[in-house]
Design a binder for this molecule. Structure first.
Ligand SMILES: C[S@@+](CC[C@H](N)C(=O)[O-])C[C@H]1O[C@@H](n2cnc3c(N)ncnc32)[C@H](O)[C@@H]1O
Length: 227
């Protein structure tokens, strides 16, 4: 479609990270200080480095060796951050995390399995924050998507001061289209994470915040509805 091609060309010339746009929002959802944090699918490590200002220790994992290399290169030696090439569904350090974040990654993973895993990996009282992508299947999402088009152009123009710019390193991480519809995501998130807070957002994203109560039961018997 000519309009979509023109938008893609504009975005290439004036790139900005829709994911990093949510970083301040994510930080506002978290306690002032916390102990251990895990950023799943950390890409170039921008969020992991931000979390490190508040955490005793942050671990960023990503299945892509190249992007983990970029994350390590971009991280100064003084920060309490480590990175590892690992699969989100196989990775297990043994100890639970006080904070788990996952930005634009959930749609790369089997949904139910990933949510169950995050619930298990979280320490009692811990916080899970997800910024995700789903396939549009509600009118609200379509409207937010349409409103995002001009806002995206304005933001790209303003952030790059009207100049052409190279892609930020974070935007070289692997991407894929989202195929799970939003309504299915909501159903599974509510089933696996009781009391979860969900919102549809601008820039083709949604958010999820869940706090694990002390005495949370293991979700082992919930089962998975998809592979
Ligand atoms: C769209 S990028 C987002 C990166 C980063 N979170 C950000 O906000 O910039 C998705 C990332 O998920 C990673 N990823 C995909 N499948 C994964 C898996 N099974 N385990 C760990 N990381 C995965 C990709 O390598 C990629 O870096």
């Amino acid at each position: 479609m000519p309009l979509l091609d023109a938008l893609a060309r504009f975005n290439d010339a004036h790139p900005w990270s829709h994911n990093a746009h949510f970083h301040p929002w994510i930080l506002r959802r978290l306690p002032g200080r916390f102990d251990r944090a895990l950023d799943v699918g950390c890409g170039a490590g921008d969020l992991a480095r931000l979390l490190a200002a508040r955490a005793t220790r942050v671990h960023g994992i990503d299945s892509d060796e190249r992007i983990i290399g970029r994350a390590r290169e971009s991280t100064g030696p003084g920060l309490p951050v480590t990175f590892a090439v690992a699969d989100a569904l196989a990775y297990d350090e043994g100890s639970p995390y006080d904070v788990i974040t996952c930005v634009a990654v959930l749609h790369h993973l089997p949904l139910t399995e990933a949510l169950i895993r995050f619930r298990r990996q979280l320490a009692p009282g811990g916080t899970l924050v997800i910024v995700g992508l789903t396939r549009e299947d509600t009118r609200v999402q379509t409207l937010l998507g349409l409103a995002s088009v001009p806002l995206n152009l304005i933001t790209g123009w303003v952030r790059n001061r009207g100049r052409r710019a190279p892609r930020p390193v974070a935007m070289t991480a692997q991407t894929r289209p989202a195929d799970v519809p939003y309504t299915e995501f909501v159903r599974e998130a509510r089933r696996v994470l009781p009391g979860v807070r969900l919102r549809r957002r601008l820039f083709w994203r949604h958010t999820l915040v869940w706090k694990k109560v002390r005495g949370d039961v293991d979700p082992g018997r919930l089962g998975t509805t998809q592979g």
